[in-house]
Design a protein around this ligand. Structure first.
Ligand SMILES: Nc1nc2c(ncn2[C@@H]2O[C@H](COP(=O)(O)OP(=O)(O)OP(=O)(O)O)[C@@H](O)[C@H]2O)c(=O)[nH]1
Length: 298
């Protein structure tokens, strides 16, 4: 497990780091709460083990920051306390800590507490995945892909660079349902989702917006690059009919609208509205095609 340790006493930090490593964990150790917060913001840690009293930001303060900043993955926080500090348990829990370990540390107690932490982190992760997945296709669901869009826009505002939003809509999908039935329609949607995933890079995000409509987010995607990726998607769907039970195969195509966010002012709603205009144009111009809509000047 990836663990972040915050401990201002150099000897305790070394001992705790060595113990955790000997238990098979990947450890980053820092000397105060502020450094821990910075490290936690930069990277993804399942578990933070923090001393209570530290310069700059104490353990409960660190907890409060971690709980206030909503990250997709849960961070389990263990506070280290001395025996004399036991009366503070409640305030630590109220700050957002999940557990305490008393100093001086006992290796077996620590190992036992970590296995509880792993169990809870695993449950959180399973719930998170369940809550973000679209049941039919396994892609991100509407809420999760819109959250991803918000995060992508924040990243683009921080680091600069464009972010492309694509809306994809299956062409004449009602005809597929009417001709072959809803179950076959579902198989077609699942196959399109799979082709989308196979066509995209691992760091691009794809979700089901609803019905027969999908969203793709292209990190660092300018207009030319995004149009190229969209064209690849369009071809991947149109190239091969989808095999369905009964030995039949169903030919489908998709229309794609793209909008490129260039600045921090390009909010998610504006991007989606622009992508929708492009999608509408792709439908109006004959379907099975890609259109790009420039963002209105902000
Ligand atoms: N099988 C299946 N069909 C769905 C699902 N969600 C939406 N649909 C169907 O998708 C169809 C969408 O039809 P329309 O919005 O009329 O659009 P279209 O026939 O794709 O035509 P264009 O978008 O104009 O090319 C409707 O028949 C919906 O019932 C689903 O989860 N499974």
């Amino acid at each position: 497990m990836k663990i972040l340790v915050a401990e201002d006493d150099a000897t305790s930090r070394l001992v705790l780091g060595a113990t955790l490593r000997s238990l098979g964990h990947d450890v980053t150790a820092v000397e105060d709460g502020a450094a821990a917060l910075e490290a936690w913001r930069r990277d993804e840690y399942g578990l933070v083990i923090s001393d209570w009293l530290m310069p700059l930001l104490d353990g409960p303060g660190l907890c409060r920051h971690i709980r206030a900043e909503h990250r997709p993955h849960y961070t389990y926080v263990v506070l280290l306390t001395s025996l004399e500090g036991k009366g503070n348990y409640l305030s630590g829990i109220e700050a957002g800590a999940d557990d305490f370990v008393t100093k001086p540390l006992d290796r077996d107690v620590l190992a036992a507490r970590l296995s509880v932490a792993e169990r809870i982190i695993g449950l959180h992760e399973a719930l998170r995945v369940e809550a973000t997945r679209d049941r039919l296709t396994g892609l991100l669901n509407r809420g999760a892909i819109l959250d991803a869009l918000q995060r992508e826009l924040l990243r683009a505002a921080r680091e600069g660079g464009p972010t492309a939003t694509m809306l994809l809509d299956v062409d004449h999908f009602k005809h597929v349902n009417d001709t072959y039935g809803h179950l076959v329609g579902d198989i077609v949607l699942r196959e399109i989702a799979q082709r989308l995933q196979l066509t995209l890079r691992p760091y691009d995000r794809v979700g089901r917006f609803g019905g027969e409509e999908f969203i793709v987010l292209i990190t660092d995607g300018d207009a030319d690059q995004s149009a190229l990726i969209a064209e690849r998607i369009r071809t991947a769907v149109a190239a091969e009919p989808v095999d369905v039970p009964g030995g039949e195969s169903v030919s489908v195509t998709v229309s794609i609208g793209i909008a490129i966010g260039q600045s921090a002012a390009d909010a998610a709603d504006g991007l989606l509205a622009a992508a929708d205009i492009a999608l509408y144009r792709a439908k109006a111009n004959g379907r099975d095609r890609v259109e790009v809509e420039p963002m209105p000047a902000s």
